[in-house]
Ligand binder design. Structure first.
Ligand code: C5P
Length: 243
């Protein structure tokens, strides 16, 4: 059990809205009730750096989910550019693909200033057949989890300390990386909420018990009658489940 504030700090609200104005309205509804807001590729591509202002609207820091993946020099320069934006905007986390390789990850870490680099392991949209089609050498048992572990260890050795994985893979990654890794998991649904298009879901308490540190939650908060109250309930569940 941790404090209610710490529970809230661990909650990341995904700002999945069709327009910037709707996102602004949604962010304002949860102001002070979530630790971070997630700004994704679509919103950032559409709105540019102005999208980072949604953090202030939500009174929260920004998880900028751009999933960068390019040659080391290009990713390094992009990370440096976002670090400059982070001087005036509350950007705290930035995602890159672990599969970009060691040199890319090291460059991202080196060029990050004032924000933490988060490595995305295996996209949950990919299954073992997809990985095989990409030429990945698969382990005989639990091939996707083994690939998550391999990419997690690669990113860790490059200096990354924050990771995105599915709740199903959090225990494997926690066992591989130890207590100092920060694990961020989507696919979370409070008991009784609609799954939507999420196939493998778990409750906030289950995600925390499996080793997650921060949870990304979108539709359950966005579509609630009272988004702030819903965020409070999820934050309370996180706080109660956190050892
Ligand atoms: O609405 P929901 O809670 O499912 O939203 C979860 C957020 O996390 C969405 O922004 C979604 O794109 C993102 N996400 C996910 N599953 C992943 C990676 C990201 O649901 N494996």
């Amino acid at each position: 059990m941790v404090t209610a504030k710490e529970g809230r700090d661990r909650l990341i609200f995904a700002l999945d809205y069709p327009s910037a104005s709707a996102a602004l309205e949604g962010a304002a509804k949860v102001a002070g009730h979530v630790g971070m807001v997630k700004v994704g590729l679509e919103l950032f591509t559409q709105e540019g750096p102005a999208a980072l202002g949604l953090g202030a609207a939500a009174e929260a820091r920004v998880f900028l989910d751009l999933k960068l993946h390019d040659i080391p020099a290009t990713v390094g320069r992009a990370v440096a550019a976002i670090s400059r934006l982070a001087r005036s905007q509350p950007v705290k986390l930035l995602t890159v693909h672990a599969s970009g390789g060691r040199a890319m990850l090291e460059e991202a870490i080196q060029r990050a200033d004032g924000l933490d680099i988060v490595a995305v392991t295996v996209l949950t949209s990919l299954d073992a057949d997809d990985l095989a089609a990409l030429g990945t050498q698969l382990a005989a048992e639990a091939p996707v989890a083994a690939q998550v572990e391999r990419l997690g260890l690669l990113a860790w050795s490059a200096g990354v300390r924050h990771f995105v994985c599915s709740p199903a893979e959090a225990p494997v990654l926690r066992a591989a990386l130890g207590p100092d890794a920060t694990l961020i998991t989507p696919g979370v649904r409070p008991a009784g909420d609609a799954a939507g298009d999420q196939k493998r879901i778990c409750t906030p308490a289950q995600a925390i018990a499996g080793g997650a540190d921060r949870l990304v939650v979108g539709r359950p908060i966005r579509d609630a009658d009272d988004p702030a109250a819903k965020a409070d309930a999820i934050a309370a569940e996180i706080a109660a489940a956190t050892p």
